[in-house]
Design a protein around this ligand. Structure first.
Ligand SMILES: C[S@@+](CC[C@H](N)C(=O)[O-])C[C@H]1O[C@@H](n2cnc3c(N)ncnc32)[C@H](O)[C@@H]1O
Length: 327
């Protein structure tokens, strides 16, 4: 066996061991919990692309409005006196929105390397194929893995100023304490003068928010349930998906929009040799999608040693892409 294949197999085994221990640890919690970063297998990636196209899921429409119609303002915010930079995107997904900015920079002849980071190798293949066809002159180094492990890799490869993109609802998939910790860690790993372009979904009419995650077609429900299917396949488990139901809540005071799965019966689930017991109506905490006030955003930037340079909103002022600089 060649050594590259050896390394790939070892990495795969480690990743699978981490997945197993995260799942078992989470299901041992009270309330039970699964980590939403594991939503994104091949099927999860496809369902998320369907979510982005749902009429109720305003987040993508709003941020697309910014990236399509305010591309020059975005580009001007990061070009900063023509100091050379590389562009790192955390949780890039299929780069649906960032592709407008990338195309603008390439058309302007700006010399930079794009480094998309994602935990899903599948979506990085989709992204690479798309750019090979649509933007062949884009220099691209894709990095598969967790945010900070891959950011360390990216910062060791790039010798230039860093501009980091963190778009969509990604920062919202952490509660306020976790996002505070995340942004502090991010500023610590970057250097003074580096930039972060970060998207925040703003607090708005609570019905609009709840509808975005409680769609009539049940696509968000299938996105959540797909994680049980993934656990069955990859960890030799026997979840009966028909005995779990998606439940969504939004608390307009805290801004936390939360997805749960409800066990519809008292039941036992096997994950390898481990047995996990569920009571009827017991919950699994699946994902938070945190909504922010302007004050929350200012406080988060200040607490994590960033200075806000610019704020670019969509035409409805429902979503903001905020440009931060490490102080
Ligand atoms: C909600 S999607 C958003 C994609 C894109 N940023 C957008 O706005 O359209 C989240 C993406 O982040 C990736 N992701 C989630 N958690 C991650 C983690 N801990 N490390 C790296 N990527 C992660 C997922 O695989 C997925 O592609």
């Amino acid at each position: 066996m060649n050594s590259q294949l050896d390394t790939e197999l070892q990495t795969e085994t480690v990743t699978m061991d981490v997945f197993r221990s995260d799942v078992l640890e989470g299901l041992n919690n009270s309330p039970k919990k699964l980590f939403s970063k594991y939503f994104y297998d091949k099927t999860g990636d496809k369902i998320f692309q369907q979510i982005m196209n749902m009429p109720e899921y305003y987040l993508t429409h709003c941020e697309l409005d910014i990236f399509k119609n305010k591309t020059k303002e975005l580009a001007d915010s990061i070009l900063s006196n023509d100091i050379p930079f590389d562009l790192i995107e955390l949780g890039a997904g299929d780069a649906m929105k960032s592709s407008y900015l990338l195309k603008h920079l390439v058309d302007k002849g700006v010399d930079f390397t794009y480094m998309p980071i994602d935990i899903s190798g599948n979506i990085l293949s989709v992204l690479n194929e798309k750019f090979r066809d649509e933007l062949p002159s884009l220099k691209i180094i894709s990095l598969e893995g967790d945010y900070f492990d891959m950011l360390d890799k990216a910062t060791s490869i790039s010798k230039r100023r860093k501009v980091v993109l963190f778009l969509g609802g990604n920062i919202g998939n952490m509660d306020l304490e976790e996002s505070n910790h995340f942004c502090r860690e991010l500023s610590r790993k970057l250097s003074p003068g580096d930039l972060l372009l970060i998207g925040f979904d703003l607090k708005k009419n609570p019905h609009t928010i709840l509808n975005a995650y409680n769609d009539a077609a049940g696509i968000t429900a299938s996105f959540n349930l797909n994680l049980l299917v993934r656990i069955n396949r990859e960890l030799n488990a026997d979840f009966d998906v028909s005995r779990f139901q998606h439940y969504q809540t939004y608390d307009p005071v805290s801004g936390a929009c939360k997805s749960y799965l409800v066990s519809l019966a008292k039941q036992h689930v096997h994950i390898g040799s481990t047995v996990v017991k569920f009571e009827e109506n017991e919950l699994i905490d699946m994902e938070v999608s945190q909504k922010f006030s302007q004050e929350d955003i200012s406080k988060l930037a200040k607490d994590s040693s960033f200075h806000i340079l610019n704020e670019i909103k969509d035409s409805k002022s429902w979503f903001v892409d905020s440009v931060w600089q490490v102080v």
